[in-house]
Write a protein that binds this ligand. Structure first.
Ligand code: HH2
Length: 277
């Protein structure tokens, strides 16, 4: 059975794990401004754990298309009190950051996983995580959040994303990060059109074949809005559908805002799978 080393935790991947999102940002696309004090974040975390979250992903910088970067100091100021407040919540704490200084601060304050939309490409990022025992999520992104949705182009999206992730896994291994610590993610919506996202989801088994657990984030994303014509708050049915399509093709971890509904959907999906033997 595949396991994932994740700081204080070793997670067994014998069922799909649900990562609940806690954005401590004023401007995230789906829940911006709602959990941006440690107290509000703690309450939100407790609710997500009760709903069934296996991990919590804390983000201090919005990476929605067109988002403006925040300063490193501000990102640390947002993240650290939340990590301190959640430290003993019993779930692995992931920090969504691409800055080495934020990674170091997060690890000092008990983060178990570094979730990096830049796949540890920033100078010093591999070194920042190498000597800890944290998990790392290496995500594919074409371009930068501010401009990534301006006409993204690929000759062959699945192959290019696969080659990128394979190269980043190799770089992480080379830096001394054990294979059991590494997750990969095609980065749905990060420098991709709806057609690119759909092709990546449809061919997810090709990324699963890399041998690392695959994380997928589709929750409430604009792809769901474009396919259904729904605003952010009304994208749950579409998000669940995309999530199940991803787990059907081998996704190991799903990053979601709606934890209770996701757990229900997974329970039914898994029961059907088990009945099939
Ligand atoms: N998506 C978002 C942020 N971080 N990390 C991974 N590994 N995979 C994803 O698909 C992913 C991610 C964007 O979603 P959200 O956090 O809700 O929005 P914002 O970036 O505006 O905070």
């Amino acid at each position: 059975m595949q396991t994932l080393r994740c700081g204080r935790f070793t997670l067994t991947l014998d069922r799909v794990l649900v990562m609940g999102v806690i954005n401590v940002t004023p401007d995230s696309f789906s829940d911006g401004g709602r959990h941006d004090t440690p107290r509000a974040a703690l309450e939100h975390a407790q609710a997500l754990i009760t709903e069934g979250a296996d991990l919590l992903d804390i983000g201090g910088e919005s990476t929605r298309p067109g988002a403006q970067p925040v300063s490193e100091a501000e990102e640390i100021r947002r993240i650290v009190p939340v990590l301190d407040a959640l430290r003993d919540c019993g779930r692995p704490l992931s920090v969504d950051t691409r800055r080495p200084a934020v990674m170091r601060a997060a690890l000092e304050h008990g983060a178990d996983l570094i979730n990096d939309i830049e796949a540890l490409r920033a100078p010093g990022a591999l070194e920042a995580v190498r000597d800890s025992d944290c998990g790392v999520c290496l995500m594919h992104m074409l371009g930068q959040p501010g401009t990534m949705q301006q006409a993204p182009h690929y000759d062959e999206v699945v192959g290019e994303v696969e080659d990128f992730l394979a190269a980043r896994v190799a770089a992480a291994l080379e830096a001394g990060i054990a294979r059991e610590r590494i997750i990969v993610d095609p980065g749905i919506g990060f420098g991709k059109t709806v057609a690119h996202n759909l092709m990546l989801l449809a061919a997810l088994d090709e990324l699963v074949a890399l041998g690392q657990p695959v994380l997928i984030g589709v929750s409430r994303k604009s792809m769901i809005g474009k396919l259904t014509g729904r605003e952010t708050g009304h994208r749950l049915p579409g998000s669940l559908s995309a999530m199940l399509a991803a787990v059907q093709r081998g996704a190991a971890i799903v990053r979601v805002h709606d934890v209770a509904a996701t757990c229900d959907a997974l329970r039914v999906w898994q029961a059907i799978g088990q009945a099939g033997g």
